[in-house]
Design a protein around this ligand. Structure first.
Ligand code: HEC
Ligand code: HEC
Ligand code: HEC
Ligand code: HEC
Length: 222
């Protein structure tokens, strides 16, 4: 037993010596061991006392771009993900108000008052081929609806768009339309259709290049 204790004692002595050397001859206490040095460093950066979980790729992506959900319905492509929408929509869940059939709710609409969704102005396809009910039908208002009456999650708008824009949706699934988010390593996460196009008015406004004047801080030569 003694032969085991002695080397242990020696190791302890060397350790103590090194410790005194490093901490300035014991003038101040050795720093306490930090179980999550990484988290503490991030906490300092953020100047918060809240514990920070180890920032995995998923959580960094979620913070910046939203929550990723699997894309369904493209068996020809390797699995990929897109960004959920429902969690960032102010009026969601729609069932807060849409707790009865739409026809009954519309009957209560007052002509002398703006309707509940006055801010939604449909500027998409001609009136004779598209109305609100093309994408939001009877049944569960929390979900979108297809032309054949099938309900589709608010997080899968591409399934609704695909009915009329099949070529763009196929390009999107293949990576030729839209935008890839996060890194190049799997899982492949892409922006969803409504992350770029407003489904009610999908066209982008024309933009002109900004003209720099001499008063501008970015004016060349400043
Ligand atoms: C604050 C309450 C409220 C919320 C939340 C709400 N709605 Fe409505 N919505 C109404 C009312 C009330 C009507 C019918 C009368 C009116 O337009 O004022 C209506 C009508 C509609 C109509 C028919 C419009 C038309 O002109 O035919 C659609 C489509 C619709 N809502 C979709 C949605 C969707 C999709 C959501 C969720 C993303 C949602 N609503 C959330 C209150 C609400
Ligand atoms: C081409 C399909 C389409 C049509 C037509 C359409 N919507 Fe939508 N609507 C959507 C999609 C998709 C979303 C989810 C938007 C997102 O991902 O941000 C949405 C979201 C909404 C929301 C919640 C977000 C918001 O902007 O407040 C409301 C309310 C809504 N629609 C009402 C209407 C009403 C009222 C009409 C008719 C005037 C209409 N929609 C027509 C596809 C459509
Ligand atoms: C029921 C058919 C239908 C559905 C569903 C539909 N669209 Fe459209 N979309 C059209 C038509 C029709 C046009 C007009 C084409 C034109 O004017 O040449 C159009 C035009 C567009 C344009 C071009 C706008 C421009 O002028 O630059 C975009 C972008 C677009 N849609 C995106 C979407 C998105 C995103 C969705 C899903 C949320 C969607 N559409 C769902 C029929 C549809
Ligand atoms: C990263 C942003 C982004 C995403 C995501 C995106 N688009 Fe687009 N889309 C664009 C841009 C930019 C254009 C070109 C607009 C222009 O020329 O004015 C465009 C054009 C279009 C057009 C007009 C016809 C054409 O090809 O130029 C349609 C239709 C369309 N997108 C549908 C969709 C659908 C459906 C989805 C989802 C599957 C989608 N987009 C996803 C940015 C996006």
């Amino acid at each position: 037993m003694a032969s085991v204790v002695q080397p242990m004692g020696l190791v302890a002595l060397i350790f103590l010596f090194l410790n005194l050397l490093l901490t300035g001859c014991g003038a101040k206490a050795a720093p306490t061991a930090e179980p999550h040095a990484h988290g503490t460093f991030l906490q300092q950066l953020r100047q918060t006392d809240q514990p920070v979980p180890h920032p995995g790729v998923e959580s960094v992506l979620a913070k910046r771009d939203g929550v990723a959900v699997p894309v369904e319905g493209f068996p020809a492509h390797p699995p990929f993900q897109t960004i959920a929408r429902s969690n960032s929509m102010e009026t969601y869940p729609c069932s807060q108000c849409h707790d009865k059939p739409l026809a009954g709710m519309l009957a209560l609409r007052r002509k002398d008052q703006p309707n509940s969704h006055w801010q939604v102005k449909l500027q998409h396809a001609p009136d004779n081929i598209m109305s609100c009910q093309t994408c939001h039908g009877e049944g569960d208002m929390n979900q979108l609806v297809t032309l054949t009456g099938k309900q589709v999650s608010m997080d899968a708008p591409y399934q609704v768009c695909a009915q009329c824009h099949a070529s763009q949706v196929n390009d999107w699934a293949g990576g030729a339309h839209g935008k890839r988010l996060g890194g190049w390593a799997p899982p492949r996460v892409v922006q969803t259709c409504t992350g770029c196009h407003n489904p009610h008015a999908p066209a982008f406004e024309s933009r002109w290049p900004a003209v720099l004047g001499k008063g501008d801080a970015n004016y060349p030569g400043r």
